[in-house]
Ligand binder design. Structure first.
Ligand code: PAF
Length: 276
């Protein structure tokens, strides 16, 4: 694996990037599963590691974001990754244009997580747009755990007319059902013992839906579920799977964000699918 710290160096090599996987480092099996979406022999796969401060809505959250570069490099070396890009902020800005904020798809960026993390998705769109301008990949791989982010990137590709295929990678969970996330490392042992309740609550929501319970009543029951637990629910919402709008006549997804102490965790489950 060739590591680039400078974008000039990266561009000088005129690489053909088939698969691009942008990350903020602190790589876990969830990230590695994104890379494992690339099947077969080496195909010009590029991973980036860049902790985008602008997308953190809370300074403490940014300061606490785990940085484990040496471990990350070791993990990537053992996988089918050809290039690793570790750029600095000034270098990214020097080689790309910012996202035109007047094109923000607010119908999706200001809902759900976007309602509580003002400006978060705009900052994600900006940095991913900049990486797309620099890396020019044929395919970009994003995880379904950050489902709203996935749809925001889908919008970005449409808005900017990129000829990039968005590859979705399924959620990876630990044995207890907790979706893998870099933030799990910040949980105390006690908090960790409750974290599996998040996925349990989503499965409960799906069972209620299968039992024909009304959407409003499911939402009420899930909020009650967390009343009994030492965690704070930020939102639970059932939305249209394709658009994330509050429409219930097509496939559906339930999305949740909770606080366990200071750690914010998100998860989701498809509760109605005609295509899978
Ligand atoms: O999902 C992430 O890790 C980040 O939001 C991303 C896509 C790397 C942009 O900074």
């Amino acid at each position: 694996m060739k590591i680039f710290y400078s974008i000039d160096e990266f561009l000088k090599n005129q690489l053909q990037i088939e698969y691009f996987i942008p990350t903020m480092g602190n790589l876990h099996d969830g990230h590695l599963s994104l890379i494992n979406q690339v099947k077969g022999p080496s195909k010009g796969t590029c991973v980036s590691i860049y902790v985008n401060e602008a997308q953190f809505t809370n300074q403490e959250d940014f300061d606490n974001y785990p940085k484990t570069l040496n471990d990350d490099i070791e993990k990537l070396n053992s996988l089918n990754v050809d290039y690793l890009l570790i750029p600095e902020k000034y270098d990214i800005e020097k080689h790309s244009q910012s996202f035109d904020t007047s094109k923000e798809p607010k119908h999706i960026t200001t809902e759900l997580c976007g309602k509580f993390r003002i400006g978060h998705f705009l900052a994600v769109m900006d940095v991913v747009d900049r990486f797309f301008q620099i890396v020019k990949p044929r395919n970009a791989i994003f995880g379904e755990k950050d489902y709203q982010q996935l749809l925001v990137i889908q919008e970005l590709i449409k808005i900017c007319n990129y000829d990039i295929n968005l590859v979705r990678s399924p959620i990876i969970r630990n044995n207890e059902g907790l979706a893998l996330s870099s933030r799990n490392n910040l949980l105390s042992n006690e908090e960790r013992s409750y974290a599996a309740e998040i996925y349990k609550s989503l499965k409960y929501a799906k069972n209620l839906y299968d039992d024909k319970v009304k959407i409003d009543d499911i939402t009420e029951q899930i909020n009650k579920y967390f009343d009994e637990l030492p965690m704070k629910i930020e939102y639970f919402s059932i939305r249209d799977l394709k658009t994330l709008q509050p429409r219930y006549d097509d496939d559906l997804i339930a999305l949740i964000a909770v606080y366990l102490g200071k750690v914010r965790l998100i998860d989701n489950i498809i509760i109605k699918s005609t295509s899978k």
